[in-house]
Design a protein around this ligand. Structure first.
Ligand SMILES: *Cc1c(COP(=O)(O)O)cnc(C)c1O
Length: 396
């Protein structure tokens, strides 16, 4: 059996006509850069995430870069973030002449540990240089934001959420004893999304968006998106070409409607894995540990609460590399996100952070493996995946 890590054709087939019609309408509109499709998408994504404004941009990376620019991050600043994430998070900090201040991750969620962040900021010499907290909601589950927001307030810092993998994922905020679910990107001062094809909401190329309820910041971002020109050809600041294509927005406007059901299907698949792995005895043996949805309890029996959107379903596995090779040989698509933590990347070898140690991030990089979790995955395919993993450990 062949089980790919992601099957975008299976997603496309049922909505192909609708998407082609939307693309054709955009082609005929002769409006290819910014315009009504983008405005509609900005409004709908912001509303979907409970934010006041959206600014469509050219990629998730450019969303991070533009947002950090709008927040005034510059040479010599520190931006607190995770060493265990996609490169773009660190890359956008470094491109502005700033440096990442890494906080190690929580071993259960793979997200930064707020207690470790608090401990770092206790040093006034460090706190003075930090400008922004940049939590990454890895794999589709939110960072524990409440203690981070407290820290930001205490130290007067801005919070930018890297929600590239977590559009629509919600986090339980307790207000007056009641739980209010807030969506990724709407909790801090701004949040960044990526519409890269493999994200839960993906376009047919590159795309991204920043959401914020700070309307001044939204305006600043709209100016930065067009080289800082406001009005046109008058450049008070230096921006970039960070625009989103109208054709990509048209595709996303169709897909956004289906996002809640895709999230629900991914969560159903995660539930099935949980059951199948447990039944196969692989969890009790300690060979594999499954991802934990840490906010699920607060959601109670409501299946519609997107406490985890499973952009990736990431297990920890004994003998990870051998398991990966075996599964690939069995026709199962798996991937390592991410094999090298950011402080160990060659491009930062000249920086002091490269000699630091982040043991949980290093351990995760050595142990994790992403399994297929996409919405159209069938029960039969999942049985095959679990069955092959069971066979691998049995043979050992
Ligand atoms: C995908 C991703 C990005 C970058 O998005 P692009 O659209 O590929 O530029 C940034 N951060 C994280 C955590 C991501 O997963």
């Amino acid at each position: 059996m062949n089980v790919p890590l992601l099957d975008l054709k299976a997603q496309l087939d049922p909505i192909r006509d609708e998407i082609q019609a939307a693309i054709n309408t955009t082609i005929d509109s002769i409006c290819y850069i910014l315009g009504p499709e983008i405005e509609r998408l900005e409004k709908d994504v912001a509303a979907y995430s409970g934010s006041l404004a959206g600014v469509g941009v050219s990629s998730g990376t450019d969303a991070l870069l533009a947002a950090l620019m709008a927040m005034g991050v510059k040479d010599g600043d520190l931006v607190l973030t995770s060493p265990y994430t996609f490169f773009a998070t660190m890359g956008s900090i470094l491109r502005l002449g700033a440096e990442p201040l890494f906080v190690d991750i929580d071993p259960v969620t793979f997200n930064i540990d707020p207690e470790k962040a608090a401990a770092l900021l206790d040093d006034p010499a460090i706190a003075r240089r930090v400008k922004v907290l940049l939590p990454v909601h890895l794999y589709g589950q939110c960072v524990d934001m409440a203690p981070l927001m407290d820290l930001a307030q205490k130290h007067g810092l801005l919070v930018l959420e890297d929600a590239a993998q977590a559009i629509g994922a919600v986090y339980p905020v307790v207000q007056n004893g009641e739980t209010v679910w807030k969506a990724a990107g709407s909790i801090g001062d701004a949040g960044c999304f990526s519409f890269f094809p493999s994200k839960n909401l993906g376009c047919m190329g590159d795309g991204g968006m920043i959401i914020t309820s700070n309307l001044d910041m939204a305006e600043e971002l709209r100016i930065l998106r067009v080289h800082g020109g406001a009005p046109k050809y008058h450049h008070g600041v230096i921006g970039g070409n960070f625009r989103l294509d109208a054709i990509q927005a048209a595709v996303l406007n169709v897909k956004l409607k289906y996002l809640p059901e895709w999230h629900a299907a991914r969560r159903r698949n995660a539930g099935r894995y949980q059951q199948m792995f447990t039944q196969a005895g692989i969890v009790d043996s300690g060979d594999v540990s499954l991802p934990a949805a840490v906010y699920a309890d607060k959601a109670g029996p409501q299946p519609t609460v997107d406490y985890h959107i499973y952009n990736q379903y990431v297990i920890r596995a004994k003998d990870r590399d051998a398991l990966r090779d075996y599964l690939l040989s069995q026709g199962i698509g798996v991937e390592i996100y991410y094999p090298i933590p950011l402080h160990q990347q060659k491009c930062v070898a000249h920086l002091p952070l490269s000699i630091m140690s982040y043991p949980e991030s290093e351990k995760a990089a050595a142990e994790t493996l992403a399994l297929p979790i996409y919405p159209e995955l069938t029960e039969e395919m999942q049985e095959y995946v679990v069955n092959r993993i069971a066979a691998f450990y049995k043979a050992k």
